[in-house]
Design a protein. Structure first.
Length: 685
């Protein structure tokens, strides 16, 4: 769904082929889009960090287990909740908070944020204030921290998405710290690559999820808790893994992983094939991983499983609690002996949007749900007991309702609620191929000849049209209209449908704006809602510019190289299809980059630059260069695994030809200094 050029391949048919008889919705949708564009200042387009609500991203018990700590990613805040999930305290968090860890004794909490190079430390109090800032560990050369974990010895582990590092810290003795104390620690780094987004310490093991490498990486620790230099076990799939839960089993490790089907994406049937959601049970033994079983949870309505819990029954059998961001179900099952496929399966209805799950003291579970901006309590069986909205500022209900509906269409199965999950057919959402709206790291067949392409981000589409590498969608109107057909292709229902009644869908019923949805959501309103979401779905603030306002000497040098070699195609436009939006003053680039970063660095033309086979007879549309650290691998073909790989391939000839790949012998190349400077500049975009 919305899988860049992958979806566009099937969109070239006339809109009259849809089941709307003579009605063509595109004129009305385009009128709606034009009105919204006329009201939008693309030069000052805000990032979407805070656009979609509070976004409770994690939830973890601490202290006596009757209180919980969570982070509100959309509010840069840490919150403490009581046993009923009522807010007791709110504190500032590192910008774009993304990870929380609690020490094994429940007395210390650690928090990291994507836009801060530090691990903040808090001590737990029995009464208010429940958390109190107590120093931090500085990581000045690190950016895009995504998660943190802590071992029983007090060792800390953090993962950096941008440069793919797993960082170990062994704290050193310190006096009673103040809130702003910088704490001492012995540090060691291991480069894992592949955009690590989660880290967990279980027994003697540290497990990391490297999202774009499609791998869980398992390493052991030494006596101090530092990650060992040698000895690595990788569980690798053909497609992303979104979640995992692990338990020690003697000297071994059991891992439950939730991700997309471990099968190449297959589009030869005219639909997106083999992208159901699965959970996989592994045993790690003597440095090797053995797959014990796998379960297609899409069959149960659990899609994009981000919240999984590996548990044990009273009889000592392995059990799994699995729910997803994209579906409207929770499934609990018990594995057979030796981890064989389950036979005892129990299904429960649950609103979509579940991202994190944790046990409650005394029984049951709690869930953090960013889609609903709420916390959810479940009983032991898995039934919903209560939905507790995050306390947040009031918003315009009508605008919020449309935006929220569009977000639900994007991240859940509501765009294709009747899809099958048998054989190649799949139940999926946009996020199946676009994690948090970005990419999945796949290089997949398009179903057209030998053409293979990478997935592209779906953030920032509003000022980056026409869309996708083949540029077959001229605007958001055509995207929204076509994606309903693409989402349900290969299934026996028509894409022009209403959601009626919305109360039949747990996700919509649970939203605070449920009254806005009324008794029926007609097809045109569904498309406008998806467009409204995509208009607001801009790139998050770049961690590389946090707290800065000017180029370094190296970045300034790189900007000049980029101006001379690249900007004729990757133009400094704030709207890709508007040549008049080009920032023609080179000196103005700096202020734009260090403000909201509105420049798209693209244009609406095709180029042939040697990246073969070409996705279009005229080459490929010049792509946007925003947030490159989120877009790996690079080039339309995915041939470059990192930015250095892109720059190594660059070449040009005296007759003005430029090559991103396949430069002829004798072509001029960037020297080492130019490449270093260019990379430093590109990392700011």
């Amino acid at each position: 769904m919305l899988a860049s050029s992958a979806s566009c391949e099937r969109k070239s048919a006339s809109v009259q082929t849809i089941a709307t008889n003579s009605y063509d919705p595109l004129p009305e949708l385009r009128e709606f889009e034009a009105a919204r564009r006329a009201q939008t200042d693309f030069v000052h387009l805000p990032s979407s960090d805070h656009a979609f609500g509070a976004d409770p991203y994690t939830i973890t018990p601490f202290g006596d287990g009757k209180r919980f700590v969570s982070i509100l990613r959309g509010r840069d805040a840490i919150v403490v909740l009581d046993a009923s999930l009522q807010e007791l305290q709110r504190l500032p968090a590192p910008p774009s908070p993304s990870g929380v860890a609690v020490s094994s004794d429940g007395k210390t909490v650690f928090v990291v944020g994507e836009r801060a190079g530090r691990i903040e430390r808090f001590v737990v109090r029995d009464d208010a204030p429940h958390l109190e800032a107590a120093g931090r560990y500085e990581l000045p050369d690190v950016r895009a921290l995504r998660d943190v974990a802590v071992g029983p010895e007090g060792a800390l582990y953090a993962v950096e998405e941008d440069r793919g590092r797993l960082i170990s810290l062994v704290p050193q003795p310190f006096d009673a710290p103040q809130a702003d104390s910088i704490l001492p620690a012995r540090r060691s780094d291991i480069t894992l690559g592949g955009a690590p987004v989660r880290v967990v310490r279980v027994g003697k093991f540290v497990i990391t999820n490297c999202l774009l490498a499609h791998a869980l990486v398992v390493r052991t620790v030494d006596d101090d808790g530092a990650v060992a230099d040698a000895g690595e076990t990788r569980i690798t799939h053909d497609g992303p893994i979104w979640s995992f839960s692990a338990r020690p089993a003697g000297d071994d490790l059991l891992v439950l992983a939730g991700g997309v089907e471990d099968h190449p994406l297959d589009r030869r049937g005219g639909f997106f094939g083999y992208i159901d959601s699965f959970v996989f049970l592994y045993k790690v033994h003597d440095g090797a991983a053995e797959r014990l079983s796998m379960v297609n949870v899409s069959e149960f309505g659990v899609v994009t499983p981000k919240a999984v819990e590996l548990d044990e029954t009273a009889e000592g059998k392995l059990a799994a609690f699995v729910t997803g961001y994209g579906g409207e179900s929770l499934v609990r099952f018990v594995f057979g002996d030796a981890g064989k496929p389950p036979t005892d399966v129990r299904l429960h209805s649950l609103p979509g949007g579940s991202r994190a799950i944790a046990k409650r003291a005394g029984g049951g579970f709690v869930i953090a749900n960013p889609l609903l901006d709420a916390f959810v309590t479940l009983n032991d069986a898995g039934d919903v007991q209560k939905i507790v909205p995050v306390v947040d500022a009031p918003v315009d209900a009508s605008r919020r309702g449309t935006l929220r509906l569009g977000e639900a269409l994007f991240f859940t199965t509501l765009m294709a609620p009747k899809n099958k999950a048998d054989d190649a057919h799949s139940r999926f959402t946009c996020e199946t191929c676009h994690f948090e709206g970005h990419v999945d790291g796949r290089i997949h067949h398009t179903g057209r000849g030998d053409v293979r392409v990478v997935t592209k981000p779906l953030l920032g589409l509003f000022n980056n049209r026409p869309h996708f590498s083949r540029a077959l969608d001229p605007d958001l109107s055509s995207i929204a209209h076509n994606e309903f057909r693409v989402a349900g292709a290969g299934n026996d229902y028509l894409p022009w449908f209403s959601l009626e009644p919305p109360s039949a869908h747990p996700t919509l019923s649970a939203m605070q704006e449920a009254a806005y949805f009324g008794s029926r959501l007609p097809p045109l309103e569904l498309r406008k809602a998806l467009m409204t979401f995509l208009m607001a779905f801009s790139h998050r603030t770049n961690p590389a510019i946090e707290g800065r306002s000017a180029f370094s000497a190296l970045e300034s040098e790189g900007a000049r190289v980029f101006r001379d070699r690249c900007e004729s195609c990757h133009q400094a436009r704030t709207s890709t299809d508007d040549a008049m939006s080009r920032v023609t003053s080179f000196n103005a680039w700096e202020s734009h980059i260090f403000s909201s970063g509105p420049i798209v660095w693209a244009m609406n033309e095709y180029r042939k630059t040697g990246v073969e086979p070409y996705v279009h007879e005229r080459g490929a549309r010049v792509p946007s260069l925003r947030r490159l650290y989120k877009k790996r691998p690079y080039l339309t073909s995915g041939a470059a695994k990192d930015l250095q790989g892109v720059l190594d391939r660059v070449g040009w000839t005296d007759d003005g030809a430029f090559f991103h790949d396949g430069a002829p012998e004798g072509a001029k190349k960037l020297d080492a200094r130019e490449a270093e400077a260019m990379r430093a500049f590109l990392e700011l975009l």
